[in-house]
Design a protein around this ligand. Structure first.
Ligand code: NAD
Ligand code: UD1
Length: 340
């Protein structure tokens, strides 16, 4: 099965590549390297012992997509390419709608023109906004998004649904990721954020490595187990395996669009995550309580039962593996993919 992987050089994409190659799929990566480097592809080659087919290009570039779909006959697309920084999306909304939404329009046009009608899309739990009940199942309302990044994911999901309804035999799976963390157990690939990380786990990793002095815990007065924010962290290797399950499902599902949560179902507080990471890295982490971050919600965790029932997928790697693998990647690659 030949699979186009947009955004395949990024954090989640590189982990998907390893699982795809090891399962015998033939991936072709299309990435503009706006938030990734070629080195991640070299590392995937090192892990798998196989050459990765890579094309540098932008999903908004219709001509580049035409060339790509002419050169390859894809059975399916894993569509991970996108910008993902929430704060930046508030400052530059048009950049986010252009890159994420318009980019997906161009991609769907090329797929339609070439009769490739199977797509797995990287959506996010952010489409649920502030959830009405916990755990969050797929029947909960979507669209109450609070920032342009989240709204772009919601709009793309709507568009994929409309495209599937209008296109005979089109099959769409939107994977709503909860909070991916960790790294491949080899320590060769992982998350390599540019500048100061926005998300909790990469920030924790850099405090543990001595690159950042102190973690700010955003709020300790939420209605949660210890007052800090609760999230559903899942190992990126589990997440990558969820993509394999989705690709396999495309061949068996009815035409149309289906959305699936990918999470563990376990809510974990900021303090619980910090303490698990301290155990993994063997040292205490400096942190202080700071005001709540605007736009944050108290708690968000998945009802993962539909993924288990429909995809035959569930998370298998625990919090210890998430922290130990993240720490192995961080401590052996202190500058990420850049030369030290
Ligand atoms: P990432 O930034 O590491 O990967 C995204 C990749 O897409 C990068 O390699 C980037 O260079 C590429 N890209 C961006 N715009 C492009 C364009 N116009 N054309 C071609 N390539 C482009 O991010 P990630 O964490 O691996 O996320 C992958 C996907 O999953 C994104 O769509 C993201 O929104 C979604 N997602 C991520 C998370 C998370 O916590 N990491 C959670 C939910 C959803
Ligand atoms: C964030 C995004 C969400 C996106 C997701 C995955 C926001 C508001 N939401 O989710 O849209 O889909 O990332 O990329 O940015 N925290 C700290 N200190 C820090 C960083 C985070 O205490 O330095 C806390 C947060 O308040 C939260 C938890 O850690 O309670 C997780 O935060 P984060 O990793 O940023 O993920 P989300 O907020 O869930």
């Amino acid at each position: 099965m030949k699979v186009l992987v947009t955004g395949g050089a990024g954090y989640i994409g590189s982990h998907c590549l390893v699982e795809l190659i090891q399962a015998g799929f033939e991936p072709v990566v299309f990435d503009n390297l706006s938030n990734a480097s070629r080195e991640s592809m070299a590392r995937v080659e090192q892990i798998t012992g196989q050459t990765v087919s890579f094309v540098q290009g932008d999903i908004r570039d219709a001509q580049a997509l035409e060339g790509l779909f002419t050169a390859h006959r894809f059975d399916a697309v894993l569509h991970l390419a996108g910008l993902k920084a929430v704060g930046e999306s508030v400052a530059k909304p048009l950049t986010y709608y252009d890159n994420n939404v318009v980019g997906t329009v161009r991609l769907l046009e090329a797929m339609t023109a070439h009769g490739c009608l199977n797509i797995v899309f990287s959506s996010s739990a952010t489409v649920y906004g502030d959830p009405q009940t916990l755990p969050i199942d797929e029947a909960q309302p979507v669209g109450g998004t609070t920032n342009p990044y989240g709204t772009s994911k919601y709009q793309i999901e709507r568009m994929l649904g409309d495209w599937a309804a209008a296109t005979a035999s089109a099959r769409v799976i939107a994977l709503r990721y909860f909070n991916p963390v960790g790294a491949h157990p080899s320590g060769l690939i992982g998350e390599d954020p540019q500048g100061i990380p926005n998300n909790l786990m990469p920030y924790v990793q850099q405090v543990a490595a001595g690159k950042l002095a102190c973690l700010s815990v955003f709020g300790d007065d939420y209605d949660t187990i210890d007052g800090t924010g609760v999230r559903d962290y899942l190992h990126v290797v589990d997440l990558a395996r969820g993509h394999l399950a989705a690709l396999n499902k495309l061949a068996q599902m009815d035409p149309g669009k289906t959305a699936v949560n990918l999470g563990t179902g376990n809510g974990l507080s900021v303090l619980q995550l910090i303490h698990a990471f301290e155990a993994a890295c063997g040292a205490p982490l400096a942190y202080k309580v700071a005001p709540r971050r605007p736009g944050d919600i108290a708690a968000c965790y998945a009802d993962p039962r539909f993924a288990q029932r429909w995809l035959g997928w569930s998370a298998t790697l625990d919090l210890t593996a998430m922290c130990e693998d993240a720490w192995r990647w961080q401590s052996t690659n202190p500058s990420g993919y850049s030369p030290a």
